[in-house]
Design a protein around this ligand. Structure first.
Ligand SMILES: *Cc1c(COP(=O)(O)O)cnc(C)c1O
Length: 237
């Protein structure tokens, strides 16, 4: 176990480096640094790390498994700390109710059935609409989640017209073996099309530890950073 102060110092140094990378990428792209929100992906790390990051000024956190996230969100709330929780993992419909109870944003919406399940859960259990991003599969391979082709517009339109939901925009992960620039350029085209149909859907969640610069270059509004902030995860998720 690393002691609390050592961990705080480590996270503070990592956070500063990540913020500098975002600032430099924004400068290079001619964008204001405030135009990119950092989401700290805290999956596999404990609630104590989430609280340390919150103390260092992080406002948004991402999780990819309901089993872990629900308890962490409850622990953070019990500590009196309010954050924006982003759910970024593949989501089974039977978890929609649980996730809608603590998430502010679900970034991994990729089917009509999931839209329906989240809308039902949000109408029944929330005071405010649940923000959803539609996850795009840029290479059309469904294995890592995401929709492509006409399904992207079908799922987006359904989310935009569902009571209980608010369509925020798009999310993507650069496909394995693709140049990040190629991936995020394609995502930017799709985001441009989406916003014509749904003017409020301006969020583009793209970029992780290895490719945040390319994402910012192509207009990402949110970057999702795990490893560069918290360290290497033991597992591959
Ligand atoms: C784990 C994860 C991230 C963070 O990835 P790092 O490479 O650790 O920065 C971002 N987005 C999603 C969807 C993830 O599952």
């Amino acid at each position: 176990m690393v002691d609390h102060e050592t961990r705080r110092a480590e996270l503070a140094a990592n956070l500063q480096r990540v913020r500098e990378r975002i600032t430099r990428a924004c400068e290079a792209a001619g964008r204001p640094a405030e135009s990119v929100t950092l989401t700290a992906v805290t999956k596999t790390y404990p609630a104590s790390d989430v609280l340390l990051l919150a103390g260092l000024g992080v406002t948004d956190v991402g999780e990819n498994r309901d089993q872990d996230a629900s308890g962490k969100a409850a622990a953070v709330r019990a500590a009196g700390v309010r954050l924006r929780w982003h759910f970024v993992g593949q989501l089974q419909r039977n978890k929609a109710k649980s996730v809608s109870a603590y998430a502010d944003v679900v970034e991994s919406v990729d089917s009509l059935r999931l839209v329906e399940a989240l809308a039902r859960a949000a109408v029944a259990g929330r005071d405010e609409p649940l923000e959803v991003l539609v996850q795009v599969s840029l290479d059309g391979a469904p294995d890592r989640g995401g929709v492509s082709g006409d399904d992207l517009w079908r799922v987006s339109d359904a989310a935009a017209s569902s009571d209980g939901l608010r369509l925020g925009g798009l999310m993507a992960v650069a496909p394995l073996g693709w140049e990040p620039d190629r991936a995020f350029e394609r995502l930017a085209e799709l985001a441009g099309q989406l916003v014509k149909a749904h003017p409020g859907a301006t969020t583009v969640s793209a970029g992780m530890s290895g490719d945040l610069e390319a994402a910012v270059r192509h207009g990402a509004t949110h970057v999702r950073i795990g490893t560069s902030l918290l360290g290497m995860r033991n597992s591959l998720r």
